[in-house]
Design a protein around this ligand. Structure first.
Ligand SMILES: [Zn+2]
Length: 361
């Protein structure tokens, strides 16, 4: 069903994320949550298969690779991982039965009572299985208290909070997702406004930026095991300057093409928002987030990020950067800055990140 839904893109073009999210909730989520109220997720293998379907659909919807981090799928689209959603549905079913005690079918009431009795005896039952499911989600639960509708509602709230903290915990633990983890504001699972940028490729560039699926060396050389300090900027190759998002998008001026793109962006921003006040602080991740926070600027910023990534892709395709990483002698006509061996010269990555030129914006 997930593949068939995305097959629509062959006829209508790239699905806008909001529309894709709507289709997901209408056509895929019902399959992933079918029977969740009574069939609890005790089998990790079966749950994994549902999670795979969910992640595959959401990755394709956002234009991310099959190896992209999971966290951004939920923080950016405003959806819960399926294991939390299924647990909430089971709790809602329990709440419905508990609240309607006396009015629910007698067989259901009797079955629930028997389930509580077996759990109290230490035997396996639906209610004890529900306790296991919640425990796996790191929700402490008192089984006997699940007879109380208010307590069940409290458990639902705690699972919802656990979904948010679980996803954001993954982001904050990751060394790859610094840009996203550093986004100011509430830690929530929400549909993000940048996903409404109309141009599909430009929108995807922003998604790649936040999900760290871009061509910059800080990410592209990570998998090859290149030390962070050695992922030097391909344009300026300044000692100690890592090719990260802030440096290439906001600071580096070593490439004429890059400088031209940035000047064009600034001009377009000034025309789109007369009197626009740029942040006066140094250029940091905060500047990236400021550019992502203003809906008037988003299409311009998205196009700029797309163009810069295309420039980096073009440079990477030339093969010169790979040579530069292996050797300080880059094969271009640009003048080389003399730099002693990296092992003795490059400062720690954190120093390099905080050494961005202030006042560019
Ligand atoms: Zn540079």
């Amino acid at each position: 069903m997930a593949n068939v839904t995305l097959a629509a893109e062959a006829y209508v073009g790239r699905l806008p994320p909001w529309d894709g999210r709507t289709l997901y909730l209408a056509r895929i989520d019902p399959h992933l949550t079918a029977g969740a109220a009574v069939m609890l997720d005790l089998n990790a293998e079966l749950l994994k298969s549902l999670e795979t379907v969910q992640a595959t659909f959401l990755r394709r919807l956002l234009g991310l690779s099959s190896r992209s981090p999971l966290g951004p799928l939920f923080t950016e689209l405003g959806l819960q991982p399926i294991r939390y959603r299924r647990a909430i549905l089971a709790l809602r079913y329990l709440a419905k039965v508990v609240v309607s005690a006396g009015r629910a079918p007698r067989l259901v009431t009797a079955a629930l009572e028997e389930s509580f009795r077996m759990a109290a005896m230490g035997a396996a039952s639906w209610i004890s299985d529900l306790g296991h499911v919640l425990t796996r989600l790191e929700i402490a639960v008192d089984i006997e208290s699940l007879r109380n509708a208010e307590y069940v509602q409290e458990c639902i709230t705690r699972v919802e909070e656990a979904a948010v903290s679980g996803v954001w915990g993954l982001l904050e633990e990751s060394t790859r997702l610094e840009v996203l983890a550093g986004r100011p504001g509430n830690r929530s699972l929400s549909f993000r406004s940048y996903l409404r940028v109309p141009h599909a490729d430009h929108r995807r560039a922003l998604t790649r930026l936040l999900a760290s699926e871009h061509p910059l060396a800080i990410h592209s050389l990570r998998e090859g095991g290149t030390p962070r300090d050695a992922r030097r900027c391909r344009f300026c190759r300044s000692a100690g300057v890592v090719e990260d998002e802030v440096h290439v998008l906001l600071v580096c001026t070593a490439s004429d093409e890059l400088a031209t793109l940035r000047e064009s962006l600034k001009t377009a921003m000034a025309e789109a928002v007369p009197g626009l006040t740029m942040p006066r602080t140094g250029v940091t991740f905060g500047t990236l987030h400021w550019l992502l926070s203003d809906r008037r600027l988003l299409p311009l910023w998205a196009r700029y990020v797309y163009d810069v990534f295309a420039l980096v892709d073009s440079d990477a395709a030339s093969g010169s950067y790979v040579l530069a990483v292996g050797s300080p002698e880059r094969v271009t006509g640009r003048e080389e800055a003399h730099s002693p061996p990296r092992a003795t010269m490059l400062p720690h990555a954190s120093e390099a990140r905080h050494a961005q030129t202030p006042g560019m914006w």
